[in-house]
Design a protein around this ligand. Structure first.
Ligand SMILES: Nc1nc2c(c(=O)[nH]1)N[C@H]1C(S)=C(S)[C@@H](COP(=O)(O)OP(=O)(O)OC[C@H]3O[C@@H](n4cnc5c(=O)[nH]c(N)nc54)[C@H](O)[C@@H]3O)O[C@H]1N2
Ligand SMILES: Nc1nc2c(c(=O)[nH]1)N[C@H]1C(S)=C(S)[C@@H](COP(=O)(O)OP(=O)(O)OC[C@H]3O[C@@H](n4cnc5c(=O)[nH]c(N)nc54)[C@H](O)[C@@H]3O)O[C@H]1N2
Ligand SMILES: [Mo]
Length: 763
């Protein structure tokens, strides 16, 4: 019968290499999006669906959380990779009962993630009963009964885990956390734990709100944009349009990244004829090619050079009025900074002093600075420090809470920020708990629940026996693939609410269920009335998302409906009217309005084109911190003692994937085609290690005397700082130890894993 495979097969697909691109967008981007959309959806339906993306009455693009213009949207508010995300969901292919009858679970687990995704949309609820080899259809009512009975039988609600991925709408997410808390636990880990948790932790402590402070408009008013640890050409392509406009308005861009990503170099807008014919817009003015996890020393070097200039010409560099009135901890911060030796700091960055000086000269005289960042900063042991150091820079310049200035953690999943706003968190804020008690008349649990890392640990140790996922792909997204697989397989039951087949359906508990739900693009009708859901983007705008397509199957339920049925099957004497909420989402929004600040007149305001902004203290100069001010912080440099044969590995996304969903096998901008099992290496390092282009190597990590191996990767020479290597997520997740994570946020260290690169035996 064989064994379930937790990882994609280590097979090679026929690598081709070209020179990395220096321009993003352009005609190739258009052709690439057409190919994906028309291939999956067909020409007529594909075009109709595409024209609804991010329109006032259309649906929110599931691709990313980049904001839409408040006014004046163009007919096409999407990008190449948004088009791929939509095509992936709106596909006409179906993974139906016949599909599951044909393929056993063991067999499916030997498929690549690319092939699993290409099997199409899930069309009806399925169950894998204990000891069986195949998923079989099950009526919805029986599925809810089985799950409800399992939950009711658990000795403690804390033995159940309820994961959320960030596509879930505000309405579904609010109902879900309400159900989970009425059931009696705060075990609500979510993808954010692996994503921007470090940003949330650092920003809450320093400026009092765990979200960014800028709006899209700020990009058009700013003087300098710094972009650290982010690859928007691939992961937030609509951001390039904003950067292009910012440049046209005179802004300068400083990019800090170990890789020179094409999207940040030059951009041709795929929807502007002028751009397509010309050479596009140069985006980055100053590129600092930092070594992996070298950001704190680099920022410290910049801060120190700014401090020196300020001391030479007092009042010209720092905004002393702002520092005096709005901040706390300035003197301690300066005293600490003075202890560092500039050359020591620079030596830890792999960037030249001249380059850093260029950046310092640009920043020194400017007061309107936006700093953007993403996973390159949040997934390290000192990730929280990375972001706190950014805040230090902004505070020195008074660059927060004014037009054209502020923090911009660029969010990933399209509603990951909204999910947290409406209560998806393993911690329960006391004010929110109190509101839940007042409005719904029950006592929510106050004890912290499990985040992602603790959830893995609890399942591994047998303290949790039931795993439920509202979307996502837990086994492939989490670190330590083999260990996490064993943890999940020890569960009595695993349940997934999903649109598409993925590996988490295959690495299962004793009983496993798949509950197929409507996607963003599809019509949601409850009791004859069309419903819409709402989401929050990276800049805190809450707006509608309206699906319009006829659903791929008549058996799909909406996520709010699934939660309501689950609650009815599990909770006896619930104080919540679940049926009313599932029937009319206005009722969910009323409940959100009653329990969460900032949603006043929710139903009315969200019906205005473009929606509304949530309040944001950091934007308004109202810092909800322990000091009532914006806090400077003192951060240490990271320490990595790499042996001669060790490297610091970052796991990144290719241009053809959405997290664990693999759209294709190419990474066009980086010039790597038809292969994902690659390790990008510096050519000098290769020479020192006796490695050649296309050599096959095993990657090995060793933490706490435990060796983890990712076998048969292909060496690709790449322009990357010495001692750093890059691989793709999720193939390399097996190397990331689950118990190594960021201090303060517990985000796994997916961007700084120490590895060895060992030549495979020649056979
Ligand atoms: N098409 C597409 N869009 C997506 C996604 C997707 O998978 N595909 N995922 C969505 C999600 S959930 C998220 S969170 C975002 C992710 O968006 P990104 O954060 O852009 O994604 P990553 O590929 O992880 O890229 C990290 C970038 O950080 C750099 N980097 C790595 N380590 C360091 C470091 O130590 N210092 C610095 N300065 N830079 C570093 C890498 O070279 C790379 O350019 O995108 C969202 N949008
Ligand atoms: N090594 C390494 N690991 C990482 C990262 C990294 O950079 N490196 N990045 C981390 C980050 S930033 C994130 S956000 C996580 C992502 O972790 P997840 O959010 O768990 O993973 P996704 O791949 O986005 O989930 C894809 C699945 O979601 C389901 N889905 C899609 N749309 C819907 C929908 O509308 N409703 C429902 N119910 N299901 C839907 C589909 O079945 C699809 O297979 O991974 C993290 N893991
Ligand atoms: Mo993410």
């Amino acid at each position: 019968m064989g064994e379930i495979k937790a990882q994609p097969p280590a097979k090679h697909t026929g690598i081709k290499l070209t020179k990395p691109k220096v321009v993003a967008g352009g005609l190739t981007a258009v052709i690439s999006s057409m190919k994906h959309v028309f291939g999956e959806v067909g020409v007529a339906s594909g075009t109709k669906t595409m024209l609804k993306i991010n329109q006032f009455h259309g649906f929110d693009c599931p691709g990313c959380a980049w904001p839409d213009p408040d006014h004046d949207r163009s007919v096409v508010e999407f990008c190449e990779n948004g088009a791929k995300a939509v095509a992936e969901e709106a596909t006409t292919k179906r993974a139906d009962a016949a599909f599951f009858k044909k393929h056993s679970v063991v067999k499916l687990s030997t498929w690549s993630d690319y092939d699993l995704g290409k099997s199409g949309r899930l069309t009806e609820p399925m169950i894998l009963r204990p000891g069986k080899t195949h998923y079989k259809p099950i009526p919805w009512s029986d599925a809810f009964k089985i799950i409800g009975n399992q939950l009711k039988a658990l000795p403690s609600p804390d033995e159940a885990i309820f994961y959320t991925s960030g596509r879930t709408s505000n309405e579904a997410a609010f109902m879900y956390q309400l159900f989970v808390r009425q059931y009696g636990t705060n075990n609500l880990p979510d993808c954010s734990n692996m994503c921007h948790e470090s940003s949330g932790t650092a920003l809450t402590e320093t400026v009092g709100i765990g979200k960014g402070s800028v709006t899209l408009d700020d990009f058009y008013k700013t003087e300098v944009i710094m972009i650290l640890g982010q690859n928007p050409g691939t992961n937030h392509p609509r951001m390039l349009t904003a950067l292009q406009k910012a440049k046209q308005n005179g802004a300068k861009i400083i990019t800090i990244n170990p890789l020179s990503e094409a999207g940040l170099n030059r951009f041709k807008h795929p929807q502007h004829v002028g751009d397509m014919l010309g050479s596009g817009t140069q985006l980055t003015d100053i590129f600092l090619q930092v070594r992996v996890n070298g950001d704190v020393p680099l920022l410290k070097a910049i801060l120190k050079m700014l401090l020196d200039r300020e001391n030479e010409h007092p009042g010209t560099v720092f905004d002393h009025d702002f520092i005096r009135q709005e901040t706390a901890g300035f003197e301690d911060f300066v005293a600490d900074l003075q202890q560092y030796d500039l050359d020591d700091l620079i030596a830890q960055t792999s960037v030249s002093k001249d380059k850093i000086t260029e950046a310092v000269e640009l920043i020194a005289s400017k007061r309107k600075i936006i700093v953007c960042w993403a996973m390159g900063l949040t997934q390290h042991k000192n990730a929280v420090d990375n972001i706190r150091e950014i805040v230090n820079l902004l505070l020195l310049k008074g660059s927060i809470g004014k037009p054209g200035a502020g923090t911009c953690p660029v969010r990933g999943h399209s509603n990951v920020q909204g999910d947290r706003t409406v209560g998806i968190w393993e911690k329960l804020k006391p004010e929110f708990g109190q509101k839940l008690k007042e409005v719904f008349g029950f006592e929510p649990p106050s004890k912290d629940g499990y985040d992602v890392v603790e959830a893995i640990k609890a399942m591994k140790e047998g303290r949790a026996k039931f795993f439920f996922a509202m979307g996502g792909n837990f086994i492939s997204a989490t670190p330590d693939t083999e260990l996490t697989a064993k943890a999940l397989q020890q569960c009595d039951m695993t349940v997934h609410v999903s649109t598409k087949l993925n590996r988490s359906h295959l690495v299962h508990g004793k009983t496993a269920l798949i509950l197929p739900c409507l996607g963003r693009t599809e019509l949601d009708i409850q009791r004859d009335e069309k419903q819409f859901v709402t989401v929050e983007n990276s800049t805190g705008v809450v707006h509608q998302s309206n699906g319009g397509k006829i659903p791929i199957s008549t058996h799909l339920l909406s996520e709010p409906r699934i939660v309501a049925e689950l609650a009815n099957a599990t909770l006896s004497n619930s104080t919540v009217n679940w049926e009313e909420m599932a029937r009319n989402y206005d009722k969910v929004r009323e409940a959100i309005e009653k329990t969460i600040p900032g949603f006043e007149d929710y139903n009315k305001r969200v019906r205005q084109p473009g929606g509304f902004y949530l309040p944001n203290g950091a934007r308004d100069g109202n810092y909800k911190t322990d000091t009532g001010k914006a806090n400077f912080t003192i951060n240490k440099n990271p320490e990595h003692q790499l042996a001669n044969d060790e490297y610091l590995m970052m796991t990144i996304r290719s241009h053809d994937q959405y997290n664990t969903t693999i759209y294709g096998l190419n990474d066009r901008y980086r010039g790597i085609f038809n292969e994902r099992r690659v390790v990008m290496m510096n050519t000098n390092d290769m020479e020192m290690a006796g490695l050649k282009q296309l050599d096959k190597v095993d990657l090995v990590s060793n933490y706490d005397n435990e060796e983890r191996v990712a076998s048969k990767f292909i060496v690709v020479p790449y322009d990357i700082p010495s001692k750093c290597v890059a691989t793709y997520f999720p193939e390399a997740n097996v190397l990331v130890p689950y118990n190594q994570f960021a201090r303060g946020s517990k985000t796994p260290i997916s961007k700084s894993v120490v590895v060895k690169v060992l030549l495979c035996n020649k056979n």
